[in-house]
Design a protein around this ligand. Structure first.
Ligand code: ATR
Length: 287
C-alpha cells in the first residue's frame, strides 16, 4: 500500500487503544478492495475527546470507530445521530460528511448479523440475554425488532428492568429480572438462543461462567460477546453440550463490517476481515 497526499484517513479512538483489532481488520479490507484508505488508532484521553472530535473535522478524517471510554460522551459532539445512538446514547461509528459528523451504533447489528450469518433465524425465537450494560443494551435494541421473546437477566436487577421497559414499544414479550443461577437454568429451558453480554469469561474471570454444562442442550445456540480469550469457559461447555456456538469474534467482526459499509458504501470483504483479526490475535498471543 502506498500512502500519498490523496489517501483518506479512518481511525479508532479509545483509551487504552493499543490492543485494538480494528486497524488490522479495516486495513486488510481496504487493501483487498484496492481503496486508497488507511486506518489508524489514536489514544484519546477523556479530557481530550472534544479536541479530538474537532480534529476529525479539521483534518478531514473520513470515518471513525469509537471505543471505551468514549462511546457515550462522544454523542455530545455529533451533528446527527441514528435511532440506535439516540436510544443507547452511545455511538461506536462516525461518518464525516463534509464536516458533518453522523453517529451510528453498529454493536447491535453486529450481533444480529453474527447470528444470521451463522445460520440462526430469529423470527419467532426466544432469546435469553445475560447482562444489561452497554453491549447488552445495543444487542437488546436490535433483537427487539427481530425476536418474539427476550428475557434480560442482570446482576443489577434495576438495569435489567429499565432496559426491558425501554423496549416496551416494540410490542414483544420482553422482561428484565435479577440474574441468579436458578433463573438462568429456568429461563434456558424455553429459550432458543443464549447470549452472554456480561464481562464474565474475560481474562480476569477466565475460569468463570454464569451457566453450568448440564443446563445446555444441542438445540440451543450460544453466543458469547467476550473475545479475549476467544475460547471462554461458556464456549467450551456449550460446544461440549453439542450446542451451536458463536464466539465473540463474530460480533466484533460484524460490527466492523457494518461500520465499513457505512463509511465506504462498499460490500465488506468479510472473510478477509475475519482472517486479519485472527492473524492479529495469534501475533499478539506470541508476544
Ligand atoms: P460493556 O460495555 O462491555 O457492556 P458494561 O457496560 O460495564 O460493559 O457492562 C458489563 C456487564 O457485565 C453488566 O451487565 C454487568 O452487570 P451489572 O450491571 O450488575 O454490573 C455484568 N457483569 C460484570 N461482572 C459480572 C459478574 N461478576 N457477574 C455477573 N455480571 C457481571
Amino acid at each position: 500500500m502506498v500512502i500519498s497526499g490523496k489517501t483518506e484517513v479512518f481511525a479508532v479512538i479509545g483509551d487504552p487503544i493499543e490492543h485494538t483489532l480494528s486497524p488490522a481488520m479495516h486495513n486488510a479490507a481496504f487493501e483487498h478492495l484496492k481503496l486508497d484508505f488507511v486506518f489508524l488508532a489514536f489514544r484519546v484521553t477523556p479530557d481530550e475527546l472534544e479536541n479530538a472530535v474537532r480534529g476529525i473535522r479539521a483534518l478531514g478524517i473520513r470515518g471513525l470507530n469509537v471505543t471505551m471510554p468514549h462511546k457515550n460522551s462522544v454523542t455530545e459532539f455529533l451533528d446527527e445521530a441514528d435511532a440506535s445512538v439516540r436510544f443507547l446514547r452511545a455511538a461506536n461509528t462516525i461518518l464525516n460528511q463534509r464536516g458533518r459528523l453522523r453517529g451510528f451504533n453498529t454493536d447491535g447489528i453486529g450481533a444480529i448479523t453474527a447470528l444470521k450469518n451463522n445460520g440462526v433465524s430469529l423470527a419467532g425465537q426466544k432469546v435469553l440475554l445475560l447482562g444489561a450494560g452497554g453491549a447488552a443494551k445495543a444487542i437488546a435494541f436490535s433483537l427487539a425488532k427481530e425476536v418474539d421473546e427476550l428475557c434480560i437477566l442482570n446482576r443489577d436487577a434495576v438495569k435489567a428492568r429499565e432496559l426491558a421497559s425501554a423496549l416496551e414499544s416494540f410490542g414483544k414479550k420482553i422482561v428484565g429480572k435479577e440474574l441468579s443461577p436458578k433463573l438462568v437454568q429456568q429461563e434456558l429451558q424455553g429459550s432458543d438462543v443464549l447470549i452472554n453480554a456480561t464481562s464474565v469469561g474475560m481474562t480476569a474471570y477466565a475460569s468463570e461462567s454464569l451457566v453450568e454444562p448440564d443446563w445446555l442442550t444441542p438445540e440451543l445456540t450460544v453466543m458469547e460477546i467476550v473475545y479475549n480469550p476467544v475460547e471462554t469457559r461458556l464456549i467450551r461447555i456449550a460446544r461440549g453440550a453439542g450446542a451451536k456456538v458463536i464466539n465473540g469474534l463474530e460480533m466484533l467482526l460484524y460490527q466492523g463490517v457494518a461500520s465499513f459499509e457505512i463509511w465506504t458504501q462498499c460490500k465488506a470483504p468479510v472473510d478477509v476481515m475475519r482472517e486479519a483479526v485472527l492473524k492479529q490475535i495469534s501475533a499478539s498471543e506470541k508476544h
